[in-house]
Design a protein around this ligand. Structure first.
Ligand code: ZN
Ligand code: ZN
Length: 287
């Protein structure tokens, strides 16, 4: 899977123009029956210092990965409402930190929920317990998120979990469910807060990491995005989800340097607000 120079040139132009088109090498075979205007949209929602990504599939189904902090709840729900969401078909909590599951109990309460995926990570926070209670109240069950679990595996559309690969970690961040979404020839990698330990495990497991768009791990912290991982993913563009003037100094300079050294276009929720990418299985366009 070699990216064409066109895509790289496009990525450079975009960083100037602020509008993006990422094109895959058209000679590649699309294992799909994509007809005309079937669009898949990925929304990297601005939830301040946290993560939340909403994906709308061409057939109307959707997926929500993480739900920001509890503070961002009102904004998140109104964003989802603006997208006319009534049901979340696939709800994924990458890991039980409050900047990822802070408003997830509100999401579970408000919408019809299909499948839920969460890693087996023990957490005892009130936020986490509230979420489990809400899930229980609705009579929903939780699927374990771990490497090699297929959330969706259909002709031309798949969402596969690539991490966590181990049973236990010292840091909750490494429990992060890492999801690779593939639509036709386009691919998106969502990494939660997975750090170098998990990244190395994915590399050791020979996971198919190559993706057009990378949601940078752990808000751009230097604890994630190793050179080896970034080279394996080799994205045309990267998204950093973080809050304005956050106290962690995210994104860290090391991460920004690694991205700029490779001419990877960077979008940041703290600077760009919510970021929406539309794709038809061949081309990805920033809205
Ligand atoms: Zn986080
Ligand atoms: Zn975290």
């Amino acid at each position: 899977m070699k990216k064409s120079y066109l895509a790289l040139i496009a990525a450079v132009i975009i960083s100037v123009a602020g509008v993006g088109t990422y094109r895959h090498n058209s000679s590649e075979d699309a294992p799909v029956n994509l007809s005309g205007e079937e669009t898949l949209s990925v929304h990297y929602i601005d939830v301040g210092q946290g993560d939340s990504e909403f994906i709308r599939f061409p057939d109307g189904r959707n997926m929500l990965i993480d739900a920001g902090t509890s503070k961002a709840g009102e904004e998140l729900l109104s964003y989802l409402d603006s997208q006319k969401v009534q049901r979340i078909d696939y709800l994924i909590a990458t890991h039980p930190h409050a900047d990822h599951i802070g408003s997830m109990s509100d999401v579970v309460k408000k919408y019809d929920i299909g499948e839920i995926y969460m890693p087996k990570a023990a957490a005892t926070t009130k936020t986490y317990e509230n979420l489990l209670t809400e899930i229980d109240k609705k009579g929903l069950s939780i699927n374990t998120a771990r490497a090699n679990v297929d959330i969706i595996n259909e002709n031309g559309l798949s969402a596969i979990i690539l991490a966590p690969n181990s049973q236990s970690y010292e840091d909750l961040n490494n429990y992060s469910a890492v999801v690779k979404l593939v639509y036709g020839n386009n691919s998106f990698l969502f990494t939660g807060d997975a750090e170098d330990i998990s990244e190395n495990e994915m590399l050791s497991a020979y996971a198919d990491l190559k993706s057009d768009i990378l949601k940078i791990g752990h808000h751009g912290s230097h604890s994630s995005t190793t050179d080896a991982f970034l080279d394996a993913v080799s994205p045309a563009a990267a998204i950093i989800s973080c809050g304005k003037d956050n106290s962690y100094g995210h994104p860290h300079t090391e991460t920004l340097n690694a991205l700029s050294k490779r001419n990877i276009t960077v979008y940041r929720t703290d600077q760009d607000g919510s970021i929406v990418l539309d794709c038809d299985g061949k081309t990805i366009q920033k809205r």
